[in-house]
Design a protein around this ligand. Structure first.
Ligand code: CP
Length: 305
């Protein structure tokens, strides 16, 4: 593949080989010396039109650990503020001859559009409510390292599915690798037609969590709710927030995940987020490793590689 624009289009074997390579990068990143020359001479631009803590910093570290020159575009102080379009920005950066551009944008499809205008590899770091492929890959790596497999596991994805690119990429990836996916959400936060992906739908946490191996919580994305439906925090937490009582309905060895950023007391209780069943910090570690694997795989397909 020339780009990584989504989980859609990846085969089971594409996913497994990325996870296998990322596993090796976890061990590499635990060494004192964590610098390779796999991307030496290559230039990576991180172009984030939306805020990010985890994704941008882990793409930066991933590129640097592989020896690339990494430039973080500061969109807030760029000519985007003077009205320059996404395409003009992309074409301008392309003229500087980068090898990889990592893009986050608030519009679904913006990253695909940009990929058609540039000569380098493009990685989708999240586009609107569409896809966030490296998040799904790091989630899969975290699950596989803790459960030894993905096929046959029951994974419950809970909360604001409607606005979640993380949910969409995870539904595609987990389905491809043979997990059973359940979605738990109020009707107002479920996209129409989501059942076509072969998922089970639940509107009650206790029912949906019954016998789950993995409980994946999602942030309530208020910034994408244009006033139509913004639930009260207290009421949302009561019905859909994960606390120890609700978690007790999942398997006793169930593990809890959250892509971050978390809103404690809204979708997840602090006792669960920081509890013995939480994988949240492991997800962050897996994020750097997965992004290294993705950058290396794309670099192998660059001209003159
Ligand atoms: N999970 C995730 O994408 O986090 P950031 O928005 O902090 O990058």
């Amino acid at each position: 593949h020339r780009h990584l624009l989504g989980i859609e289009g990846l085969t089971e074997s594409d996913i497994i080989s990325l996870l296998d390579e990322a596993d090796e990068h976890i061990a590499f990143n635990r060494q004192v010396e964590k610098k390779s020359s796999a991307l030496r001479g290559r230039t990576q631009i991180n172009l984030f039109f939306e805020p990010s803590t985890r994704t941008q910093s882990s793409f930066e570290l991933a590129g640097k650990r592989l020896g690339a020159d990494v430039m973080n575009m500061s969109v807030g102080s760029s000519s985007v503020k003077k009205g320059e379009t996404l395409i003009d920005t992309a074409v301008t950066l392309n003229a500087m001859r980068p090898d990889v551009i990592v893009v986050r944008h608030n519009q679904a499809g913006a990253v695909h559009l940009l990929a058609r205008k540039v000569d380098c590899a493009v990685v989708n770091a999240g586009d609107g409510a569409h896809e966030h492929p490296t998040q799904a890959l790091l989630d899969a790596l975290t699950i596989r390292r803790n459960k030894g497999r993905i096929a046959g596991l029951t994974v419950a994805i809970c909360g604001d599915i409607l606005h979640s690119r993380v949910a969409r990429s995870n539904i595609l990836l987990l389905g491809t690798l043979g997990a059973r996916v359940r979605l738990i959400a109020p009707s107002t936060l479920l996209p129409a037609g989501i059942d076509r992906f072969g998922v089970e739908i639940h509107r009650d946490m206790k029912e949906g969590l019954d016998n789950a191996d993995i409980v994946m919580m999602l942030r309530l994305q208020r910034e994408r709710m244009a006033g139509a439906f913004i639930p009260s925090t207290k009421e949302y937490f009561r019905y859909f927030g994960l606390d120890e009582e609700k978690l007790s309905h999942a398997k006793p060895d169930a593990l809890v995940m959250h892509p971050g950023p978390m809103n404690r007391g809204v979708e997840i209780d602090t006792a669960v987020a920081d509890g013995a069943q939480s994988l949240i910090r492991e997800q962050v570690e897996a994020g750097v490793a997965v992004r290294m694997a993705v950058l290396e795989a794309l670099a192998r397909n660059l001209p003159n590689a």
